[in-house]
Structure formats: structure tokens, C-alpha cells
Write a protein that binds this ligand. Sequence first.
Ligand code: GCU
Length: 341
Amino acid sequence: MTDELLLERKLPPLLPRAEVLKILQEEIYGYMPPKPEKTEYAVRRNIIKNFCAGKAPCDEITITCTLGGREFSFPINAVIPAGKKNLPFFIHLNFRPENPDRYMPTEEIIDNGFALISLCYKDITSDDEDFENGLCGLLFDGGRREGNSPGKLAVWAWAAQRALDWAQSLGDTFDISRSCVCGHSRLGKTALLASATDERFAFAYSNDSGCSGAALARGTTGETPADIIHKFPFWFCENYFKYADNEENMPFDQHYLIASIAPRRVLIGSASKDSWADPAQEYLACVAAAPAFENGFVHPDRLPVVNDVFFDGDIGYQMREGLHYFGREDWQRLMSFVKSK
Ligand code: GCU
């Protein structure tokens, strides 16, 4: 059944990873900003009194990157269980700087044996058409963009990669082979892109990322490329704009984004009542991306239903009951997926 649904969608065939990444950067997200010439870290320890009852202090790290001879700084939070080494960990791109946050049950994550690094996306650059603030101020001359210059998703994804640089700089505190970048909605799209373009991430998790994230565009009954391009053009490169109401001519679809994470692991999470993100299209993208992975996507031959959890392949999928939200049930399933591998 899923094969027939994919045939109806007339998807572009999978290509080698390098070609897929080129198409994605050229046609939808823009090319990732360059790596910094120099990076420095300033650490403020234990910024929240009695955090997690003393099990794990919350530190703030200011990352200062030099690009084109100019500096850009942004903060991240790190919560590291005291006295532990080689920790599996999440880099969570979040909407807000608060720790914990309604999308981030920090203590529960710590109690499951993980460390947690979080960043607030607006500390990197604003979520609007202004390409002159934050990191964008160093990348664009007077805010001017070329057709394949990075959109905001690529700029935020770059920051998650810098948080990973910091984790690596600490030696054996973190286990990089158990690193996972994650986010919800627009930041789920960002997490997939961060992992697609940086092979150091062992896992990626997209929660309800939908259009231009995990969901196939061809055949959607939710948000379309035209909808998203109209409302959020600044998330993408300008080359994407020509595909509004013209999906059939896209030389890619969103299974390319998932496939470009191979041979590593990726979990896609949907919410049963999130029709805008279109769970069935997120699931079908997993099916279409599966051949790029050694252990693909192990699933029944039907569309997903509430509380489906498919963890046997390199691609995992889970559908939670309810609305568009990154809740503790999503985190619990995410943590089980990482532990199961
Ligand atoms: C809007 C947008 C989605 C996006 C979401 C979010 O609904 O249309 O594509 O995922 O915002 O980031 O919350």
C-alpha cells in the first residue's frame, strides 16, 4: 500500500548523498555558512541555584566565532550530570532560553542518563526577514542575498553545529557517537538540516516538522511549499520560491533531507492531530528515504495510527496522540529510540 502511495507521488529518485546535499542546499535551504576561522568559549558555572536538586548544574557557555575577521557571540546552556563521563546527549534547538521549558523537561532527561545542551534560536538571528542582525550581520552585505544564500533555517542549523564543536572540545565528557540534535516544528526542520550537513551527529530528531522538514510536499493535504514560501520566505534560500504551486518541478522532495542523514540514525515524530504538518506525509517520507540506509525503515504496510512506534530500523517513526507540541511523551520516545541503538 505504501509503495502505491509513493508511486502516485512521482518522487525524484534517491541519488548519492553528495548530490542530494547539493540539491537541497542549492534549491531549498541555501548553502551552510562557513565554519568559523576561530572559536572561543567563556563558561559561567551553575547559573541556576540548586538546579535539578544538585544532580546536574546548569552552565552557560558563550560561544564566540570569528568569520571573515568579525566576531559573533551567542549563549548555550549545558546541563551535565555531576561526576559522569562519556554521556549521551541532546543538542536541543529551542524557541525560548528558559531551562527547563515546556518543550524541554530537563530533569527527566537528566534522570534518563543524558546530558543536555540547549540553545535559543533567536540568539542566533531573528525569526523574520531581517538579514542584518546576529550571525546574519556577518554573512550578508547589507542584508542582500543570492539565490542560494542560506535562509534562516541554515543559519540556526549552523549554530547547533557550533554547540557540537564545544561538546567535542571537552574531550570525554560527552560521547559524540551518542549525540543527537533535535527540535520542534521549524526547529525540527532545522535539526534535520543540521544533521544532514554534519556527519558528527549520530542521531537527529524532528518533532512535528512538517512542510519543508520531514513531510513530503507532493501529495500533501497540510501545509504546501506555496503556503510556507508565502508566509516564511526568510527560512529558505530564494531559489525555493520558484516552486510555490510548482512542486512537480522540484528536483527533490523531503525524503532527500532524511536520506542525507544516512548511514546515521534519524527519528521522525508526528502528532495525531497535527494535520498542518501532515503525519502521513512525514511517514511516507521515511518509507521513501529508507533505501539510503543500511537498516532502512521497518514498518507495516499501512499509514500510521496513534501510538505507532517503529524503532527497528535506522529510521524511526513515532506518532503521539494530540496537538502540535514537543511534550514529555515525545522526549520519552526519543530517549528510548537513542537507548535502543
Ligand atoms: C507554522 C509553519 C510551520 C512551522 C510552524 C512552527 O505553522 O507554517 O511550517 O513548522 O509554524 O514552527 O511552529
